[in-house]
Design a protein around this ligand. Structure first.
Ligand code: NAP
Length: 249
């Protein structure tokens, strides 16, 4: 069945791959990112394959912008009942060097953003009696040096997910989290640059720790999101699926 989905942070990386995948699954997709112009490639890729998509510029940490973005998608594509909270940023630093701004910015985009988007979209989901929410967590939720802010946000996404599952289940809405390991995107390229390591060298070092012997790509994550958004996943809710090429501990 065709639905309307919203994917945040969908101009590039995992969000762009997820938007394309959900469109291929038959959904109309609201492609939300900070800059609507940056969403053009994702929208073009979807429409070139016969899908429907709308570029929407919004900062997911801004309540008014979120309200306007969800309304724009509802007006243009129909009531959104699938939501993927994917927008994210890094402000890595060791604790003693981490500023309040580093902390607030990361918690603001990931956690406040997911809260605001979920609160806005659930109104449409409850009305429809059906919905899917997928939140992007991370293996960093288990703790990662230099990422006190990001790890806290990504662990928070798991608690948010479980609570959304409990509150919204009776309305036919499931909420699950996908927690990627190492995925090759601009985000991990920026991490390599910050560490002063070439990206190929960085990938090689990461892959040496991954049981399946390769790095992840955005489509690996999009496939997991697609499953959680499907009709057949209706009895799976409040779960965290690690997409990391091996077990996590
Ligand atoms: P990415 O390539 O950096 O893409 C993130 C997108 O989110 C960018 O287009 C960015 O826009 C957008 N964004 C940032 N702040 C926003 C805001 N306030 N409102 C709306 N959009 C915003 O990242 P990615 O690697 O695809 O990661 C996607 C998600 O997966 C993130 O939540 C990340 O934490 C998670 N994740 C990634 C990995 C990995 O290895 N890559 C692993 C685990 C989890 P700008 O370009 O304008 O900043």
């Amino acid at each position: 069945m065709t639905r309307t989905a919203i994917v945040t942070g969908a101009a590039r990386g995992i969000g762009a791959a997820t938007a394309r995948r959900l469109a291929a699954d038959g959904h109309a997709v609201g492609v939300v990112d900070l800059d609507p112009v940056a969403c053009a490639d994702t929208v073009a890729a979807i429409t070139a394959e016969g899908g429907r998509a709308l570029a929407v510029g919004a900062d997911v940490s801004d309540a008014d912008a979120v309200t306007a973005a969800v309304a724009a998608v509802a007006d243009e594509l129909g009531a959104p009942t699938v939501l993927v909270n994917n927008a994210g940023i890094l402000r890595d630093n060791l604790l003693f060097k981490m500023t309040e701004d580093d902390w607030d910015a990361v918690l603001g985009v990931h956690l406040r953003g997911a809260f605001l988007m979920s609160r806005a979209v659930q109104a449409h989901q409850v009305k429809a009696g059906w919905g899917r929410i997928v939140n992007l967590s991370s293996t960093s939720a288990l703790g990662n040096r230099g990422q006190a802010n990001y790890a806290a946000a990504k662990a928070g996404m798991q608690g948010l997910t479980k609570t959304l599952a409990i509150e919204l289940g009776r309305f036919g809405v499931t909420a699950n989290a996908v927690a990627p390991g190492f995925i090759e995107t601009d985000m991990t390229r920026a991490t390599a640059a910050r560490l002063g390591v070439g990206f190929e060298e960085f990938v090689e070092a990461m892959v040496s720790q991954i049981p399946v012997g390769r790095s992840g790509c955005p489509d690996d994550v999009a496939a997991a999101v697609s499953f959680f958004c499907s009709e057949q996943a209706s009895f799976i809710s409040g779960q965290v699926l690690y997409v990391a090429g091996g077990p996590t501990s």
